[in-house]
Design a protein around this ligand. Structure first.
Ligand code: HPA
Length: 175
């Protein structure tokens, strides 16, 4: 049908002054609730991925919503990255800086293997902190981060440039 990217953009809602004054929050819930839009979003993210991919890594919580269906679409496995204290088996953790304070992400130590070809999928690329920490978790296991594919990129937060400074330059966004 007509421009899938325009259709996707039309289903992402701007919420002014949320979660705090001056922020315009990109709300993906209208996109998820639209059967055609959700399908288009998953297909467009899938189309950004090089092949072959062994594993799609997705980050809690909104990343899961896109990473899992993209994994199915690619015929790849899915591995979750979670907040600390959620994964039941042996895990590694990586901390990263936020605007105020820090956050930590975790992954099971048996989730990946040396040489595994990994795609990271998330809903949004903002400052790049979450993707950067996830990339470290992947590389610490000897796996190969081959691409980062996101639905949305907030260009004004310069996440792409921050990631490039850590050697991550295979990044693409649908919108
Ligand atoms: N939407 C969702 N997540 C975000 C945003 C946003 O606008 N900015 C930073 N993280």
């Amino acid at each position: 049908g007509p421009d899938p990217v325009a259709r996707i953009e039309a289903l992402i809602r701007d919420v002014p002054d949320w979660p705090k004054p001056g922020v315009v929050f990109k709300d993906i819930t209208p996109l998820l609730a639209d059967a055609e839009g959700f399908r288009l979003a998953v297909d467009q993210i899938t189309a950004l991925a090089p092949t072959p991919i062994d594993i799609v890594v997705g980050m809690e919580a909104r990343g899961f919503l896109f990473a899992a269906p993209v994994a199915l679409s690619l015929g790849a496995g899915f591995v979750p990255v979670r907040k600390p204290g959620k994964l039941p088996s042996a895990s590694i953790e990586e901390s990263f800086a936020l605007e105020y304070g820090h956050a930590t992400l975790a992954m099971h130590t048996d989730a990946l293997w040396p040489g595994a070809r990994v795609l990271v999928v998330d809903d949004i690329l903002a400052t790049g902190g979450t993707v950067g920490a996830t990339a470290s978790l992947i590389k610490r296991q000897g796996a190969e981060l081959v691409h980062v594919a996101v639905l949305m990129e907030l260009g004004f937060l310069n996440g792409r440039e921050a990631l490039a400074q850590t050697g991550i330059d295979a990044v693409s966004a649908v919108v």
